[in-house]
Design a protein around this ligand. Structure first.
Ligand code: ADP
Ligand code: MG
Length: 691
């Protein structure tokens, strides 16, 4: 059991004053539990001796005797130089700004010394060193020393003392929660010892052991949470469902194109799920523009024709509206009764809408997260579709499911997620993939252009507009600001492009700060073709579908991540005409920045791009995990610790099979692990209602 002691404020620890607790609060450390989770970013091994003669190995860690003092420089600028020796050689310490050390480092005295030396002017020198007077029980020597992430006024000494005290005081309140047989199976050390060792390792071996336990434990609780939810989604079985497919057939025949083989395959998989006794939980992955939304609409028809209701949730109002408009075109002619709901729908409209939904007079409702707010009730919700799921937390998804009676769930994403991550975040969801694009799509031609070549880009865009096509211009910032330096911004460039570059065309502007009605009007104008150019921020990143737009200009492209660039580029190439992306970059580009832009030029599909992304960034920073604060784990890393994750997953699912209530009452431990973990935050608070 984790006692409330762990929730004590850090200021209650000895030696933590106002200033320090303020500095700690600045990095989100408020209570003892937070403090214990502030784990070292590295360790210094001051246990094993490294003598002066071995200075090439790295840091010297020795016992030195002071032999002499002298000074370099003159007058007020003079600097103390301390000469010392150990049994293997001699060296000097340059005490810049620390001449007072002459009082402490007295010739004849012996000290512990830790420093990286350089061979210079025929001697070993350093200006950065740590010393401590020789004693039987040194504070910072003869051990492995933690190096903590710092910020503001914090320093290593303060943190070490505070954490050491926190462990002494409070570690006794923490208890192992892992079943005994698992501790034996993996030969884990006990939790208190692990906690102590992650901060102050007895040895490198115990540090490894501590990491092994704490990583496993964290992933164990993660999987327990996921597993419990999964079980609830899948069980209990519902009566077998049988659907009607006349509407589906009708829609498919009137479409001006035929479905791709992958779309047909996925529809088949969905059909099997929907007619089965356990609710569907399926993740549909497919690159932008691969036709996922259409698949979802077609799937919904089966349910609607059989008298059920469907809900389609999109991450932004813009996108939800666009889906609603598409649905109106495709589905209303088939007699489907549609509704749209977002936070901006006025009360006078909302009331009758909610009543109709409750009475079953609406078949398909499309909207934002407003769909799962408290007063939304369905008569017979059987199908929940969530677009671009990575933009939502787990909790929000669950809340929508609770509005129906074992509804089927389809999540859609254009962000390729590795299989294990899928397992982790979505339990045992099934995965469908659309790999092939609709026929007739031409790969987008991508050009890179340096910033002072942008007039060429503008000319190319002009030619496209004169052919009747449209263009996006995307900027990293909305407006000029103190922090944006010389970055071009959407507002400024909107004026500039309209007045100076394209005075004969109509230019629109969209970004998140504009009022909702204005956004809608701007999108309508662009979508109907009455504006030729849309200047924007990355708000158009997700899902916007205007097939006549053939140019995507991204200025300061180096300010966008790879997946963002890929999503943005996916806004064009959606119709039969050849499309172009122009990535305009500033000359001072980092190596990684260069690689990113090259990747964009060389690859067109999201799966390859996300693989390249992984290579460039290294594991642990996977799109959609760390980067977006999606899963903020303390000890574990989903990529590095993939084997541990698999073990934990296996073990927890095993346990839940035998004991579905396992640790349910003790959710504090889970709360402690996930306090900082966005998608689980609320889920744990409200555990009773959700699990
Ligand atoms: P996604 O949701 O995967 O980004 P959409 O379903 O929005 O993709 O489809 C993108 C565009 O492609 C839409 O205009 C849609 O009508 C069209 N489309 C979908 N499926 C096909 C197909 N099989 N053949 C041709 N065009 C298609
Ligand atoms: Mg989409």
């Amino acid at each position: 059991m984790y006692a409330d002691e762990l929730k004590q404020k850090v200021s209650q620890l000895k030696g933590i004053g106002r200033e320090t607790s303020k500095a700690l609060a600045g990095i989100d450390i408020n209570n003892i539990a937070d403090l214990l989770k502030h784990i070292p970013r590295a360790y210094e091994n001051r246990k094993d001796r490294v003598s002066l003669s071995e200075y090439r190995k790295g840091a010297v860690n020795t016992i030195a005797e002071i032999t002499d003092h002298d000074y370099i420089g003159f007058g007020s600028k003079k600097t103390l130089k301390v000469h010392l020796k150990d049994e293997t050689g001699t060296a000097t310490l340059l005490c810049f700004g620390r001449n007072f050390l002459s009082q402490k480092l007295i010739p004849g005295k012996r000290f512990y010394l830790y420093a990286v030396f350089e061979y210079k002017y025929q001697e070993l020198q350093t200006s950065s060193f740590e010393v401590e007077e020789l004693s039987g029980n040194p504070v910072n020597f003869n051990k492995i020393i933690p190096i903590y992430p710092l910020s503001g006024k914090l320093n290593q000494g303060v943190l070490r003392r505070a954490i050491s005290e926190a462990i002494d005081e409070l570690a006794r309140y923490t208890q192992d929660q892992l079943p005994e047989y698992l501790k034996q199976k993996y030969n884990f050390i006990n939790r208190n010892r692990a906690l102590r060792n992650i901060h102050f390792p007895e040895s490198l071996t115990t540090l490894k052991e501590a990491e092994r336990l704490l990583r496993y434990e964290e992933l164990f609780y993660l999987q327990l949470t996921v597993g419990r939810k999964t079980k609830q989604t899948r069980n209990p079985p519902r009566p077998q469902r049988k659907h009607q497919y006349n509407l589906q057939q009708k829609l498919i025949t009137i479409l001006p194109f035929s479905l791709t083989p992958d779309q047909i395959k996925v529809l088949d998989e969905i059909k099997t799920d929907m007619e089965s006794q356990s609710p569907m939980a399926r993740l549909l992955q497919g690159d932008v523009g691969s036709g996922k939304t259409l698949v979802a609409f077609i799937a919904a028809l089966g349910i609607i024709e059989s008298g059920g209701q469907a809900a389609f949730m999109a991450p932004t109002e813009l996108l939800a509206r666009q889906h609603a408009e598409n649905a109106a075109k495709l589905l209303e002619p088939l007699g489907v009764r549609l509704a749209f709901l977002s936070g901006n729908v006025k009360n006078s409209q909302r009331k009758p809408l909610l009543a109709a939904l409750k009475n079953g007079e609406i078949d398909l409702i499309i909207g934002t997260h407003a769909l799962f707010t408290g007063n939304v009730e369905f008569k017979n919700l059987q199908f929940v579709i969530v677009d671009e799921q990575h933009k939502f937390g787990v909790l929000q998804r669950l809340a929508l499911l609770d509005k129906g009676n074992t509804p089927d769930l389809l999540l859609m994403t254009a962000t390729p997620i590795p299989r294990t991550l899928t397992l982790t975040l979505f339990g045992d969801m099934d995965v469908s993939i659309i790999r092939t694009m609709p026929v007739g799509r031409k790969p987008i031609v991508t050009h890179l252009a340096a910033m002072d070549n942008e007039t060429k880009v503008y000319q190319a865009v002009r030619a496209e507009i004169e052919r009747g096509h449209q263009a996006y211009f995307v900027y990293p910032r909305i407006e000029e600001s103190d922090t944006s330096g010389n970055l071009k911004n959407a507002e400024g460039m909107y004026e500039y492009l309209q007045k100076k570059i394209f005075p004969d065309f109509r230019v629109g502007l969209i970004h998140s700060k504009l009022p909702e009605e204005e956004k809608i009007r701007t999108m309508d104008n662009f979508s109907s073709g009455s504006t030729n150019i849309l200047v924007s921020t990355s708000v158009v990143e997700v899902g916007v579908d205007i097939p006549n737009a053939t140019c995507m200009v991204i200025e300061h492209a180096e300010h966008f991540g790879l997946s963002g660039l890929h999503q943005l580029r996916g806004r064009v190439g959606r119709g039969p005409a050849q499309s172009y992306a122009f990535l305009v970059y500033t000359k001072e580009l980092s190596d990684i920045g260069k690689m990113r832009l090259k990747t964009m030029m060389n690859f067109n599909d999201g799966f390859s791009i996300s693989e390249e992304d992984l290579k460039l960034r290294g594991p642990g920073e996977l799109a959609g995990s760390r980067q977006s604060g999606f899963l903020n784990l303390t000890y574990a890393d989903l990529i590095r610790d993939i084997r541990i994750l698999e073990d934990a997953r296996h073990d927890t699912f095993d346990i839940l099979e035998k004991d579905p209530g396992f640790l349910r009452q003790e959710n504090r431990v889970i709360r402690e692990v996930f306090d900082k973990c966005a998608p689980f935050k609320g889920a744990v608070e409200n555990e009773e209602s959700i699990f």
